[in-house]
Design a protein around this ligand. Structure first.
Ligand SMILES: [Zn+2]
Length: 327
């Protein structure tokens, strides 16, 4: 289904992929042995670990987020960070991706004594010369209050591979408010800004994210459909938040398999209704190890769910056009 040989199709572009959610299980085992980090009880092979990583339907958010603990514990040295970044680039390149923005939270990788700058430098070193055009987004976590620090860090590496910042972590009970001025500052510095919103919480979370026009893209964002009137699978009217997202053409970084793992079955996912109503829908992976997928498998899934060739081509060109510029 990859139309990369089709001269009319935009090169495959991946906008939303977490470095710590996409490690090769075999690499986790090697890095864990080297760092003295224990594997989950009873796990000895890469196959068993791959299975352990997979998020099952019905798991709580706490259980899902706990899956990131092991990858993060083994990503605490420059060597480990560079290796994980290099392998992620190799893996998405093997899938046919030509341009990718990887994201991660630098504050999660200082437990071994690295500075925030050393963490970013190690990831960029791993991506240097990578086959796909690889850029980096730095995540600030909703539960932390370090967004100013992350924005300053991104500013120092802007133009050297870092192109933007993100707000990640549990949406529930953690509004954008305390982070807003830092993200506004990021925009004034020329950094791209994408905020996870409308994934775990409904349209009100998207409304919270776009006050004063801060985001340039929205991570997931599909629950904006809760601010739309839908009849027979078609969006027929928009509430104020949905209208604001549509008017601003804010790209939505949809991740079908990941969204399904958090409770929105793919058959009920509104991505196609949103695309047909004119929203700037893009297709992404989120966490390739925790919710096993690739960009081409997600595009194939979108096709199985009814997207036509033309609609898929539009999603691809929307993604290519929504990349954050590297100054
Ligand atoms: Zn994400």
């Amino acid at each position: 289904m990859d139309r990369s040989t089709d001269p009319g199709a935009a090169p495959l572009t991946l906008l939303h992929d977490h470095l710590d959610g996409g490690l090769r299980p075999a690499t986790v085992i090697e890095l864990a042995a080297h760092a003295g980090v224990p594997l989950p009880a009873g796990i000895t092979t890469a196959g068993a670990l791959a299975d352990w990583f997979v998020v099952r339907p019905g798991e709580s958010l706490a259980e899902v987020f706990a899956r990131f603990d092991l990858p993060i514990r083994v990503m605490q040295t420059t060597e480990a960070l560079s290796r994980v970044a290099r392998e992620a680039a190799e893996d998405v390149a093997a899938d046919g991706v030509r341009s990718v923005e990887f994201r991660f939270a630098p504050t999660h990788h200082t437990a071994g004594g690295l500075s925030l700058d050393a963490v970013v430098e190690a990831v960029l070193a791993g991506l240097a010369g990578a086959p796909p055009e690889a850029r980096v987004l730095l995540c600030s976590m909703r539960g932390e209050r370090r967004t100013d620090e992350v924005v300053d860090l991104a500013g120092r590496w802007h133009g050297r591979g870092v192109v933007g910042v993100d707000l990640a972590g549990v949406e529930v009970g953690e509004p954008v408010g305390p982070h807003r001025s830092a993200f506004a500052r990021a925009r004034s510095m020329g950094l791209g800004v994408t905020l996870h919103a409308g994934e775990m919480v409904g349209a009100e979370s998207v409304a919270d994210a776009i006050v004063d026009d801060v985001p340039v893209r929205i991570g997931h964002g599909f629950r904006i459909v809760e601010d739309c009137r839908v009849r027979d699978g078609e969006i027929v009217d928009l509430g104020p938040t949905a209208a604001a997202v549509l008017d601003r053409r804010l790209p939505l970084e949809v991740c079908l398999t990941s969204n399904a793992a958090l409770g929105t079955p793919v058959e009920r996912h509104p991505f196609l209704a949103l695309a047909r109503a004119g929203f700037a829908v893009t297709i992404n992976t989120d966490n390739r190890t925790l919710t096993p997928c690739s960009l081409t498998s997600e595009l194939a899934l979108a096709r199985r769910l009814g997207a036509t060739d033309d609609e898929l081509a539009t999603m691809r060109s929307t993604a290519a056009g929504a990349r954050f510029p590297d100054p």
